[in-house]
Design a protein around this ligand. Structure first.
Ligand SMILES: Nc1ncnc2c1ncn2[C@@H]1O[C@H](COP(=O)(O)OP(=O)(O)OP(=O)(O)O)[C@@H](O)[C@H]1O
Length: 343
């Protein structure tokens, strides 16, 4: 421990396409949508997280809501840096300090991002007083967060279905043996619902409404043991232009999402087919672990289990598995140094 270590604060960040989470002192202190609102006149970011999310789809011409990360990559560097910086500055315990503490950080990044983007994330973190900044890939953090002992000579398969990407990885001996990242995840499911409502019901719904439908009655199969009740959905009638309401069942949503889920199934099957036999034998015994918000889609675990003939387990609190893993890594830096990028 260095002499000035008592002045250093430690934070773990899950920089996700849909949500950003931050752990400080073992507590989740930020859990907010990765969205900012920018004033078009001044160019300044006026709101972040939940507040910016509430403005989505309801803005006038002077305000624009931006999702700085899209499809698992950074779409807007400037907005993402300002978003991280505002989230960090709003951490209550750090706000109270009369000087800005130096930060030791572990940031979890989507595995699709390039070297240049990784450097940009690191530099952004350094600009908000990051003294030591480490990066970790999402499936690795998810595996640690789920409670898998990644250092063992034993294969484990993790499927993290987030907002922008689904990351599938086989992990053993602290490394990713084979992996696949597909841009089919929560955002695509939401767009599938928007498209379905438009084409099947002539109803134009916004993204927020479609996401609500997905969470309330979304399903990966038409054959659910505990089906949710039908949902009333309001939007704009494409034929008359008038506001309209229709009732939707989970079976319709299962139909709307079927093609996208098929692509996730195919990616899982492909990764399994590339897995070395000794690790495949381990996965036969341990099964597949699911994490990320998309894994909460009703019946998805059952559908994947039927497809692969393997047991499938959903992580406890799947939306927080990645940040939990990032936090564990931060607390045990010497143990996990080999899995960090840019150590
Ligand atoms: N109950 C639910 N059923 C289905 N989908 C859900 C549910 N709850 C949240 N989601 C979806 O999960 C996604 C967000 O998941 P998560 O926070 O794990 O992603 P992320 O880490 O931000 O994204 P990425 O991993 O792509 O960077 C969103 O698309 C959200 O709509």
């Amino acid at each position: 421990m260095g002499f000035f270590d008592f002045l250093t604060e430690e934070i773990a960040i899950d920089l996700g396409t849909a949500n950003t989470l931050i752990i400080h002192n073992d507590k989740v202190v930020v859990d907010a949508p990765s969205i900012v609102a920018r004033d078009r006149v001044t160019g300044k970011i006026t709101h972040v997280g939940q507040q910016a999310s509430l403005m989505q789809g309801k803005t006038h011409e002077n305000i624009k809501t931006i999702r700085p990360l899209k499809d698992g990559v950074i779409a807007d560097f400037d907005a993402s840096e300002q978003m991280i910086s505002m989230f960090i500055r709003n951490i209550p315990a750090l706000k109270k300090k009369f000087f800005t503490p130096a930060l030791r950080m572990v940031i979890c990044i989507p595995s699709g991002i390039t070297e240049v983007e990784m450097r940009a994330v690191k530099e952004s973190a350094e600009r908000v007083n990051g003294k030591e900044v480490y990066l970790i890939h999402e499936p690795m953090a998810a595996a640690i967060g789920i409670g898998v002992d990644i250092m063992q000579p034993k294969g484990n398969m993790v499927v993290d279905i987030g907002g922008g990407t689904t990351e599938i990885a086989v992990i053993a001996l602290g490394g990713i043996v084979c992996d696949k990242s597909v841009k089919i995840a929560g955002d695509v499911f939401t767009n599938d619902i928007v498209y379905y409502m438009r084409t099947q019901h002539n109803l134009y719904v916004g993204e927020r409404t479609a996401e609500k439908i997905k969470i309330q009655i979304g399903a990966a199969t038409e054959d659910l043991e505990l089906p949710p009740e039908d949902m009333s959905v309001q939007g704009r009638d494409l034929l008359t232009g008038k506001p309209k309401q229709v009732s939707i069942s989970y079976r319709e949503i299962a139909k709307a999402l079927d093609k996208s889920i098929l692509r996730i199934e195919d990616a899982v099957m492909e990764t399994l087919s590339q897995t070395p036999p000794e690790l495949a034998a381990d996965i036969y015994n341990t099964g597949i672990y699911l994490a990320g918000g998309g894994s909460m889609l009703r019946g998805l675990d059952k559908r994947l289990s039927q497809k692969t003939d393997l047991p499938v387990y959903i992580a406890e609190d799947p939306l927080r598995a990645v940040v939990r893993g990032t936090g564990i890594t931060l607390k045990n830096l010497p143990k996990y140094k080999s899995v960090l990028i840019g150590k």
